[in-house]
Design a protein around this ligand. Structure first.
Ligand SMILES: Nc1ncnc2c1ncn2[C@@H]1O[C@H](COP(=O)(O)OP(=O)(O)O)[C@@H](O)[C@H]1O
Ligand SMILES: [Mg+2]
Length: 244
């Protein structure tokens, strides 16, 4: 998938630029977005997902510019899978219903088709025994895996993940990241905001370092981590790895 950003900027009400003239163009299959808190990572992801519109500039995906009209954005959002820090499962529904309902309500599947798809995914991700449980009966890791299964159920064009493991106890982080890495092997393209630097480095083809609303570095993940070019990235990595 080709992603292009042209002079993309975003300011909220106070006028300060949270994203400051981002320019980018590349073929992306798995992209890590890293950088310090407040640097604009979530804002960028939300714009890419059509949840927010930029103040200036534009996003072009596979040659098509995102149109800022609500109608177009609603259509576009349906084609994309989202996973947030806390999966946002519906708490009054079972894990399986969390997958089934959006397929029916948003994507027009019949009950039978939706159920079949949910069962197939639960089985594939080792969640078959857990589908009948409500989120409160599932571990944080299982909840996030259901959230990811829900996001990929309608075969989205790509998946956007915003710190999917940062609210988890460490023992669950690996199972969620393993799942994301497995998706990549099955051809699902994704962009992930993460503080898991090992995952960004080894599981993502490319990485972008965003700081103070600017793309400071971009390139193949391995190169970005092994040979950071800017003082900002060197300093950021130094802090992240200080105790590891
Ligand atoms: N809806 C909003 N209104 C005002 N300011 C916001 C809003 N969302 C984010 N910001 C500000 O934008 C900056 C970048 O935020 P964010 O994109 O969440 O960064 P990150 O995900 O890298 O931590 C922060 O200073 C944040 O306070
Ligand atoms: Mg964020």
């Amino acid at each position: 998938m080709r992603i292009e950003l042209e002079h993309l900027s975003k300011a909220f009400d106070n006028g300060r630029l949270v994203l400051d003239d981002l320019n980018f163009a590349d073929e992306v299959s798995s992209l890590a977005i890293i950088g310090p808190s407040g640097g604009g990572k979530s804002t960028l992801l939300r714009i890419l997902g059509g949840l927010l519109t930029p103040t200036a500039g534009r996003v072009i995906i596979d040659g098509q510019a995102l149109q800022p009209s609500e109608r177009e954005l609603t259509r576009y959002r349906r084609e994309i899978g989202f996973v947030f820090q806390r999966g946002g499962l519906f708490h009054h529904m079972t894990g399986r219903e969390n997958i089934v309902r959006p397929l029916m309500v948003v994507h027009g599947y019949s009950a039978e088709e939706a159920g079949k798809r949910a069962d197939e995914l639960l089985e594939r991700f080792g969640l078959a025994e857990d589908g009948h449980k409500r989120p409160s009966e599932l571990s944080g890791g299982q909840q996030q895996r259901i959230a990811i299964a829900r996001a990929i159920a309608p075969n989205p064009r790509f998946l956007l993940l915003d710190e999917p493991t940062s609210a988890l106890d460490p023992e669950y982080t690996t199972e969620v990241l393993d799942m994301v890495s497995g998706l990549q092997k099955s051809g699902i393209r994704f962009l992930i905001v993460t503080h898991e630097m090992g995952f960004a480095r080894r599981a993502c083809d490319k990485a972008v370092f965003l700081q103070e609303g600017k793309i400071r570095e971009y390139g193949p993940s391995e190169a970005l981590f092994s040979q950071p070019q800017t003082a900002q990235l060197q300093q950021f990595l130094g802090r992240v790895f200080e105790w590891s």
